[in-house]
Write a protein that binds this ligand. Structure first.
Ligand code: MG
Length: 383
């Protein structure tokens, strides 16, 4: 036996010993589109995670908006810090449920890699500009980046990730249809895995809590605004009772922390109950289950829904946010049109391009907010 075989056996053995029978194990992976030698000491999902982290698209998340467009404060979440929070929550859940932590981490780290500048408002703008050319959606774009756009490896385009990670990036059937990858049977959503559900729900846990945190920190919401929101009200009262002498700010920060803990705990307890109730013994059982396996209790699900609705109406639609959104949208439209009109601004051989609108869209979508502003300043007088 070579050293390589010995090490390969090690991770497969570790998975066999530590993971639940319904976890996605390396040994059952559908592999990669382009066959590659296995790495001597990193499992395929660990490799996927590293490929994502070492990609420029991942590094650009640092300067992409989560909710706040301007960088007035150093403590706002960016797309990158949001992603790190999602990965941390995902790993905690996966490890506790004995699911594949490496896989869920890779999915979490890549889940927002396709976001355009200016968050969802940037996405809406690009979708409008591309309405007759296939549209724009950040989930589809995440797949486009890892499949095609990332250029780093000499023998293939994209990152050549495992099918499990790529499937984890596709949240909806229409994502796959729009991505035009439906002919690839390995991307079939019917084979959805629990590790992907975890990353999806960890995303929701992260943004509900940190958006509330950011909005309170920067005075766009007050504690009073939240007093009718059940999850905030219950936790805040409990913290005030437990720590009456600490500062109001500390009470608020500790409330946010406690909400995350409560929601993650609820998800873990409810999911374990579901696994037992539905007698989930294998991945086959996961596939055939009529009910969600990774889920919140009905009470917490209701509270999350209420919070989400509140944030939508009172924070994401806050006049200060809307003003920045509108400004961002106008700049994106300007940059899109000017690059479409003169592709030599960003391409060496524009004549060779067949679908120029898509190429411009990919280029603009890849920009950070910071680069958008820089480019706007540089190009605004030409337009
Ligand atoms: Mg996200």
């Amino acid at each position: 036996m070579t050293n390589k075989d010995a090490n390969k056996k090690t991770w497969e053995e570790i998975e066999e010993l530590t993971l639940a029978p319904y976890a996605q194990k390396t040994i059952n992976s559908q592999g990669r589109k382009f066959k590659e030698e296995e790495h001597p000491f990193r499992s395929p999902y660990q490799r996927d995670r590293d490929r994502i982290v070492y990609s420029p698209a991942f590094r650009r998340l640092e300067y992409k908006t989560q909710v706040f467009v301007s960088y007035k404060g150093d403590h706002y979440r960016t797309r990158l810090t949001h992603t790190i929070e999602v990965a941390g929550i995902s790993r905690t859940i996966a490890r506790t449920l004995r699911l594949n932590e490496d896989l869920t981490e890779a999915i979490a780290l890549a889940h927002d890699i396709g976001h355009s500048p200016f968050g969802h408002s940037g996405e809406d703008t690009l979708n409008k500009l591309m309405k007759n050319d296939g549209g724009f959606n950040h989930n589809v774009q995440s797949l486009r980046i890892v499949e095609k756009l990332a250029q780093k490896y000499p023998t293939f385009s994209g990152l050549n990730l495992t099918y499990e990670v790529k499937r984890g990036l596709m949240k909806h059937k229409h994502d796959i249809r729009n991505a035009d990858y439906e002919k690839d049977p390995n991307l079939d959503l019917k084979t959805t895995i629990l590790e992907a559900h975890i990353a999806d729900l960890a995303d929701e846990i992260a943004y509900n809590s940190h958006d509330m945190d950011d909005a309170l920190e920067y005075g766009m919401l007050t504690e009073k605004d939240l007093e009718h929101i059940a999850i905030w009200k219950e936790t805040y009262q409990q913290i005030k009772k437990e720590f009456p002498l600490i500062s109001k700010r500390m009470q608020r920060l500790y409330t946010i922390r406690t909400i995350i803990d409560t929601v993650v705990t609820d998800l873990l307890i409810t999911s374990l109950k579901q696994i037992e109730k539905l007698n989930i013994q294998s991945q086959e059982d996961v596939l055939n289950s009529q009910e969600d396996i990774i889920c919140f209790s009905p009470e917490i699900a209701q509270m999350n829904k209420e919070l989400k609705k509140f944030l939508l109406a009172n924070f994401y639609e806050h006049p200060a946010i809307l003003k920045k959104k509108k400004e961002g949208q106008e700049i994106l439209e300007f940059l899109f049109e000017i690059h479409l009109k003169d592709p030599s601004l960003f391409l060496k051989n524009p004549d060779k391009i067949q679908n120029m609108r898509r190429v411009v869209c990919d280029y603009i979508a890849g920009m950070t907010d910071r680069f958008v502003y820089q480019e706007y300043e540089r190009l605004k007088d030409i337009g």
